[in-house]
Design a protein around this ligand. Structure first.
Ligand code: NAP
Length: 569
């Protein structure tokens, strides 16, 4: 809640005037309040303080950013992406914003209000075919565009994206109930990712390998091999709802710098944020058909897209859907970033304040809807009570409410997610877990909950709640913790809290996860770090450099000499 105050001294002010002012303020959608701090006996003179309440978010500098009533999404520079007549956002194909001939739309439900917030086009298969054909042609020309020019355009898109962080953040708040401040951060981080990618791309794609033949037994130096990196073609990018902008650009930017074209299928919750982001690329002046964005439900157009013969690479982030896509996709490179059940192992010698802070932040930020959220705490019994006391004290301070007010805990993305989380909680209750807080839910809003004394026979010990519910297992030994972590079908990240670096290294080596954080919660960033999951958590590796390398293939040219050629001497 923010309030701006200004004082004025009014003469002959009365309640009729108050109500006029109030009604006027409602017209401009401000909540005005007046405090009478002084009045004389006749009410003819009053000193008032008046101001207005607004539900707002905050920028990094603390300024209010989302004044109620000032809806910026779909207006101004973004007006062309909205079919104002039907109030449906358009899809992006052949460099233009278009209405689908299907005449159908998909509703995006605001997780907080549970009412339709936006609508997007339900693209048809024929429209997908057209996009694929055009993307294939555009890619050929783009591959011939000098690297520095590709980078220049990416830098431009990054700047435009950051310039428009507020309307895009507004969409994130409304579509996925991400706290206002974090929504702005996601857009800014995405701009930075694009710029870093442009810089990294010109360096790593500007280098190839030169090999000579006589290092392999039986060969003379008669062959020179020049190996360089060439684009794959059309990259299909499918991000999830929880970071729709950031995880879209983490696919788009590496694909483009490497000379590929893009077909983006945004998540339904998050689609409008993605469409705004794509418009920033449009405004930057990328060639038409190089970037395309088709909307529609994954369950309806997903298979058609992922099995489309025009697709040369799939970069997917999401849940188990990724496993079925991997099985159906043809002979094309796959980058799969899937679910996780990140374990946090706390040893006897851990700094418990540090561990508690990381468990709460790592487990409950964005209401636990992060792939790298701490999803199970494995604490050595001797320090479990002390740790739980510290963790519970921090949980008690979390604010719960709407994302516009920048609350720590906001509604989860959908009713079905909330029901799923509730199912895990009830299963744990039946099987005897200790509830550290009372379970409370209103609509999609679930209050943060720690479940102590969780056992291996409870679903919450293994499944990913993707909500503000954190299970804790008390362990008798570190080995027990490592075994639990390794018995999971997931292997995204894990973390260990100890002051002994030698123990930490041994545990890190033993944990079957793509990354282990020592003395910090799991995290995907910084975005240039390698990021990968083992087992059901993924295929391949992300992070800017790895993503660029994944979206190219090596092409060799071998020069065959008639006689062996040795250097000097
Ligand atoms: P999801 O349900 O798997 O959806 C991910 C994306 O796949 C969405 O764009 C969805 O579109 C689309 N989709 C659905 N069915 C499809 C199909 N048959 N073919 C192609 N695409 C299809 O995941 P989510 O609920 O959005 O995200 C949560 C999950 O993502 C969690 O499991 C989380 O751990 C994981 N995640 C992993 C990482 C990582 O880097 N490892 C990062 C973030 C999230 P619709 O929305 O239209 O259905």
């Amino acid at each position: 809640m923010s309030a701006r105050y200004f004082c004025s001294e009014l003469s002959s002010f009365n309640f009729k005037q108050y109500w006029r002012l109030y009604l006027l303020s409602r017209l401009v959608q401000l909540h005005v309040y007046l405090y009478i701090i002084y009045m004389d006996n006749s009410l003819s003179r009053m000193m008032i303080i008046c101001g207005h309440h607004q539900k707002v978010g905050y920028q990094e500098n603390g300024e209010a950013f989302l004044p109620r009533g000032k809806r910026m999404a779909g207006t101004g520079s973004f007006s062309e992406i909205l079919d104002g007549e039907n109030n449906v956002y358009k899809y992006y194909s052949e460099g233009e914003w278009r209405k689908s001939v299907s005449g159908k739309s998909v509703a995006i439900v605001n997780p907080t209000t549970r009412k339709t917030q936006y609508k997007v086009q339900a693209c048809s298969q024929a429209e997908v075919n057209k996009v694929m054909e055009a993307a294939k042609i555009a890619q050929k020309a783009w591959a011939k565009t000098p690297l520095w020019k590709r980078a220049e355009l990416l830098h431009k898109a990054a700047a435009i994206l950051k310039e428009h962080k507020h309307p895009i953040a507004e969409c994130l708040v409304k579509e996925i109930a991400k706290p206002a401040k974090d929504s702005v951060t996601e857009v800014v981080r995405s701009g930075d990712l694009i710029s870093y990618c442009a810089e990294e791309g010109v360096r790593i794609l500007g280098q190839g390998t030169f090999l000579v033949s006589d290092s392999f037994p039986g060969n003379e130096r008669t062959k020179y091999c020049l190996a360089s990196k060439v684009p794959l073609g059309v990259v299909l990018a499918i991000p999830p709802f929880n970071y729709p902008v950031n995880l879209a650009v983490s696919k788009i930017a590496p694909a483009l710098i490497a000379g590929n074209s893009i077909v983006l299928k945004p998540p339904t919750q998050g689609a409008v944020s993605c469409l705004h982001m794509v418009h920033c690329f449009h405004l930057a002046g990328f060639p038409k058909s190089l970037i395309n964005c088709v909307t529609g439900k994954g369950s309806e157009i997903g298979d058609f897209l992922t099995m489309h013969p025009g697709v040369n690479c799939i970069s997917f982030t999401g849940g188990d859907t990724g496993i079925s896509i991997s099985k159906k996709a043809g002979m094309i490179p796959l980058q799969m970033e899937l679910g996780g059940k990140d374990a946090c192992i706390v040893l006897e010698d851990a700094d418990l304040d540090l561990a508690a802070a990381n468990i709460v932040k790592g487990g409950l930020s964005y209401s636990g809807q992060r792939c790298t959220a701490v999803k199970i705490v494995l604490v050595v019994e001797s320090v479990a009570d002390a740790l739980m006391e510290k963790v519970n004290a921090k949980v008690a301070k979390l604010t719960v409410g709407p994302p516009e007010e920048d609350c720590d805990i906001t509604p989860v993305v959908s009713e079905s997610s909330a029901n799923f989380i509730e199912g895990l909680v009830m299963d744990a209750k039946e099987k005897g877990a200790t509830f550290c807080q009372t379970y409370k839910r209103e609509g999609n809003l679930i209050w943060p909950l720690l479940l102590d004394n969780v056992r291996a026979d409870m679903r919450i010990a293994w499944e990913e709640p993707f909500g503000p519910v954190l299970p804790v297992i008390r362990i008798g030994s570190v080995e027990e913790g490592i075994n639990h972590c390794n018995a999971s079908n997931f292997g995204l990240q894990g973390c260990v809290f100890t002051k002994d670096i030698n123990k930490a290294m041994i545990i890190s080596d033993a944990m079957e996860t793509g990354t282990v954080q020592i003395n910090s919660a799991p995290a995907r960033g910084p975005d240039h770090f390698p990021f990968q999951g083992l087992k059901d958590s993924g295929i391949g590796s992300q992070g800017i450099t790895n993503s660029i390398n994944m979206m190219v293939k090596v092409k060799s040219t071998v020069i065959n000499l008639p006689t062996a050629s040795y250097t000097m001497g």
